[in-house]
Design a protein. Structure first.
Ligand code: PLP
Length: 495
């Protein structure tokens, strides 16, 4: 039957009874996926282009049944997934999920409101402001970053750190150019370390900073790859002498490659001295700072203009969710606001409400606060802390095993739940070849998945713990797998 011959009243895309029946089937499907997840090879084993041979090359004219669609998901999509929620996934960085995160996403997408202005959905805006203050209190960051602190600060939920950095850079650029004049954009300079996430360089390009004015300053093993304030000061002095203007300094708490922590206090002082915007990127390790024993890594954050962290990494909040706090939201809104006629309303005119459209790049926005609120309420601070601590304990155990095996070495001392290590190279080798072969043999086994980094010129394997389903037995089995593959590589070398 073609669509044209269907009676109109059959096409009811949001019928509540149909919604109940179909969504329960999808929930059951996802639950079965989690039950079976350990059986799948962690890294997908398909070849590029695999999917086009398995699916139709044009859209169906008549509707497909959910059963048939889920069958295709089972047979064609799941084999092409790298299973980030597998307990044997130790790659990249944490992107952990939870039942509460999933339920929060369901409510967010179920309501599907677009709270760009306060009146467009007052609850979405107000819940977001409340949850951002909750998070700020959990992290014990200064009142000046909160709405309730009464000093004008506040927070917003975005989709990614990249967006957070683009927004803060845009705010900093606007402020600087007001002072210097628009013609000086080519003289603005952004400082970060060679460990800073590539997103900061990308964001700098996006907001018009000359590529040659992005300074990835060197770090070394001597400071555990933290950025040294004196290195920043020297770079700034050189730039000022050349007629350039220092604009923005980004510090990281928990770098992607090796978990390095930049000294916020010292860097913040330098940024203040030169009137720069100081941003702290705690995308990954910010979650750990809700635990007393990690909180000191945020010491000095009082000197920052902005701070961001990603609950979608290590805070049991399904993608996507990035918290950004700023002390002076006016700086953001003056660079990001838009005011077309169709959005005008009397509440916005009072300037007493938050219109989050002016705190972000896009106009439309998701009701992410619903998810974060559910995550925090359903787990409680106590379980969120426990979740961090148990991952860190497993990482500590793994690090101790590496330290006890004379064939291996820990390359960067562990701070959080990620261990950077490598198979010691033989004399005359630099270690990248043997370690990349080791990594490939682990990943191609399908039994675990890890990724690599180059830190201080050394090729290292990264063992990042954080998947919600990971237990000690998985870490144990993966360490045995690594040892087994290392044995094999050494034996093959001798043949
Ligand atoms: N900053 C750090 C320290 C990260 O670890 C990451 C992701 O790994 C990012 C930024 C990028 O985050 P997003 O994907 O949210 O832009």
């Amino acid at each position: 039957m073609t669509m044209g011959s269907l009676p109109c009243n059959i096409f009811t895309p949001l019928d509540p009874d149909h919604f109940t029946e179909q969504s329960h089937r999808v929930v059951d499907f996802v639950a079965d996926y989690y039950r079976a997840i350990e059986n799948y090879p962690v890294r997908s084993q398909v070849e590029p282009g695999y999917l086009k041979n398995q699916l139709s090359d044009s859209a169906p004219f008549s509707p497909d049944q959910l059963e048939a669609i889920l069958e295709d998901v089972r047979n064609h999509i799941i084999p092409g997934l790298t299973h980030w929620q597998s307990p044997n996934f130790f790659g990249y960085f944490q992107a952990n999920a939870s039942t509460a995160g999933f339920l929060g996403e369901m409510l967010c997408t179920g309501f599907n409101v677009v709270g760009f202005t306060w009146i467009a959905s007052p609850a979405a805006t107000e819940l977001e402001s409340i949850v951002m203050d909750w998070m700020a209190k959990m992290l014990k960051i200064p009142h000046s970053f909160t709405f309730s602190g009464g000093e004008g600060g506040g927070g917003v939920l975005l989709g990614s750190t990249c967006e957070a950095v683009v927004c803060t850079l845009a705010a900093a650029r606007e402020k600087a150019l007001e002072r210097l004049g628009c013609d000086h954009i080519g003289k603005l300079v952004v400082y970060a370390s060679d460990q800073t996430h590539a997103t900061v360089e990308k964001a700098s390009r996006l907001i018009g900073i000359r590529p040659s004015n992005f300074r990835p300053l060197p770090t070394s093993a001597a400071t555990s790859f933290a950025l040294c304030p004196e290195v920043v000061r020297k770079a700034i002095e050189d730039d000022v002498e050349s007629g350039l203007f220092p604009l923005f300094l980004c510090a990281t708490v928990g770098t992607t490659a090796c978990g390095a922590v930049d000294p916020l206090e010292g860097l913040g002082q330098v940024a203040r001295e030169y009137g720069m915007w100081f941003h702290v990127d705690a995308a990954y390790a910010g979650s750990a700072c809700i635990c007393e024993e990690f909180r000191s890594y945020l010491d000095g954050v009082q000197l920052a203009d902005s701070l961001s962290m990603n609950p979608h990494k290590w805070f049991l909040s399904n993608m996507d969710c990035c918290c950004l706090w700023v002390k002076n939201p006016g700086a953001l809104t003056s660079s990001l606001s838009m005011d077309p006629e169709f959005l005008k309303n009397k509440d916005s005119d009072t300037k007493k409400v938050v219109d989050y459209k002016d705190w972000q790049i896009a106009l439309s926005r998701r009701f992410r606060a619903m998810k974060l609120w559910l995550v925090i309420r359903s787990h409680g601070v106590v379980n969120l802390q426990e979740h961090i601590r148990s991952d860190v304990a497993m990482a500590k155990w793994f690090e101790s095993q590496v330290g006890m095996d004379p064939r291996f070495e820990v390359v960067v001392p562990r701070k959080f739940a990620m261990v950077c290590f490598r198979l010691k190279p033989r004399a005359g080798e630099d270690g990248s070849d043997i370690n990349s072969r080791l990594l490939e043999s682990i990943n191609s086994s399908g039994r675990a998945y890890m990724t690599h980094a180059v830190v201080g010129g050394l090729y290292v394997l990264r063992f990042a713990i954080g998947t919600t389903l990971t237990e000690q037995r998985h870490v144990d089995a993966t360490w045995k797998l690594i040892q087994e593959k290392a044995d094999l590589i050494r034996v093959l070398e001798m043949m």
